[in-house]
Design a protein around this ligand. Sequence first.
Ligand SMILES: Cc1cc2nc3c(=O)[nH]c(=O)nc-3n(C[C@H](O)[C@H](O)[C@H](O)COP(=O)(O)O)c2cc1C
Length: 317
Amino acid sequence: MYSLIRKLLFQLDAEDAHELAVRQMIALQQIPIVLRAIERFCAPPPSARRELMGLTFPSPIGIAAGFDKNGLLMPMLAALGFGFVEVGTVTLRPQPGNPRPRLFRYPEHHALINRLGFNNDGADAVAERLKSWIPTVPLFVNIGKNRDVAFDAAADDYGACAMKLAPYADLVVVNLSSPNTPSLRELQRPEHLERILAAVGPAIVKIAPDIDDVMLGEICDVCAKRARGMICTNTTIARPFASNETGGLSGAPLMQPSTAILAKVRQRVGSNYPLIGVGGIFTADDVRAKFAAGADLVQAYTGFIYEGPLMAKRLMR
Ligand SMILES: Cc1cc2nc3c(=O)[nH]c(=O)nc-3n(C[C@H](O)[C@H](O)[C@H](O)COP(=O)(O)O)c2cc1C
């Protein structure tokens, strides 16, 4: 069924298709019997439950940041069997992001390239939506800085954004790894990272896959002291196949490099530190590979676009 819907959706511009899917999901989740039926159909088995960071996850497979940037789809994503939902990236003030087109599919590579640039409704609007949801799974909110905020003012901007959103989420994720906001990834450097974590308070740090071993080690050491966990990884600026589009590459080509980073991070931070693996998950074998590399939980985004709404249920089975 989804292969037919996907054929139709893939005829549209990638971002138009996403917006259409979002509108349909919002419409469906407003009908309580439909939402409950989906929830029953996709419910993870009790054996999938995980305890981490003081939270109970009905399943270790979550939906990664960027799919629901504005906090509009939490009920549907939880009903579809995702064990946790990460909303965002949200910035302090609303912003339009980069000019379109800015999202591109590469079906032959099971990949996407995006340079959306943190298009979102801003912290006040998203906070209102988070506040009104009665959570059924742990809720993460991912924060970033507005494009026009100067590098030196970044820590205060992250702090102000966290203050608005943290009260309505189980965990805050600090995104220092999007390739689509100029110099954002420079903020991963240890001295900046320390300042940002001091401003934000207890948070998870999401890192890029394009980091050399020395810097990765330093980032891990700061996180181990000051952050509640790490998410490995965001999209990559590497281009394993020819493409002229700038932006972050996600999907199958990211599986190996993001899992390699995850394994290095696990080795550095030791066995008891919370780690979330993301990048290139399509199949249950991919999930097993992330666990084998040291993930406590995993997330997917691009696989969900290619595999469809029953992805979480299928992976769980
Ligand atoms: C269209 C798109 C938008 C994204 N937006 C965000 C975002 O706003 N914040 C963020 O931290 N990650 C964002 N990501 C990165 C994903 O959360 C994830 O880390 C990455 O895509 C790798 O996972 P995947 O291969 O399963 O897609 C985005 C990814 C895609 C494809």
